[in-house]
Write a protein that binds this ligand. Structure first.
Ligand SMILES: Cc1cc2nc3c(=O)[nH]c(=O)nc-3n(C[C@H](O)[C@H](O)[C@H](O)COP(=O)(O)O)c2cc1C
Length: 189
């Protein structure tokens, strides 16, 4: 029997995205964002609260990066989601993470995360039903050790973590169990 749970966040899993920016002094900030997804094939949508330092930085610099958090860096990923650069100026130093400047946009690539999207800021959609930050992916940079023999990202090598909105847990991505746009053909006779 099914039970009604009311209006709760129930998309599972959600990603654990690491949004990297520079502030006006060139200082790095990173924040944790689970409310994010692909918009079109080349755009990302991040529902970021406007008061976060990250949003101020994105608007000022016109750029940001989005890294995929992995199992090796759960503590760092959570830390940047509970501390704000608005009131902790040395947030990034305290995280223990390291950054290099993106070759493509004015934003930092966090070295510890295996896959990073380098994005140009398009717009901030505010209002109750606005999507927040919309950005265009200019480049994706990935550690060599997460690529397959064809130079494509092998998801099983990322060791990505996922967020659960029910109990606020982090999970690791499990095994591959199917092939999209293919398995369903078995029923299309
Ligand atoms: C698991 C997790 C997911 C989060 N997802 C979001 C999100 O999608 N949008 C958002 O605005 N804040 C989100 N936050 C909160 C921000 O990461 C947090 O407020 C952070 O301190 C903002 O940093 P900043 O002010 O330095 O930019 C999340 C935090 C955690 C721990």
């Amino acid at each position: 029997m099914k039970k009604d749970l009311g209006s709760v966040s129930a998309i599972f899993p959600m990603p654990v995205l690491m949004v990297g920016t520079y502030d006006n002094e060139g200082k790095v900030d990173v924040m944790n964002a689970a409310w994010g997804m692909m918009g079109s094939r080349k755009t990302v949508m991040l529902n970021l609260t406007e008061t976060h330092k990250t949003v101020k930085n994105i608007k000022e610099k016109g750029a940001f990066t989005v890294g995929i958090a992995d199992t090796k860096h759960i503590i760092e990923a959570d830390y940047v989601g509970i501390v704000s650069g608005n009131n902790t100026p040395d947030k990034f130093e305290k995280s223990g993470l390291h950054a290099i400047k993106s070759k493509f946009v004015n934003a930092p690539v966090i070295e510890e995360f295996p896959v990073t999207m380098e994005c140009k800021f398009i717009e901030y959609q505010n209002g109750e039903n606005g999507c927040g930050v919309i950005g265009e992916i200019i480049n994706v940079t990935a550690d060599e050790n997460v690529l397959d023999n064809n130079g494509q990202i092998d998801p099983s090598k990322i060791n990505a973590i996922l967020y659960d909105p029910f109990t606020h847990g982090y999970y690791k991505v499990g095994e591959k169990v199917g092939q999209a746009f293919s398995d369903g053909k078995k029923l299309d006779k």
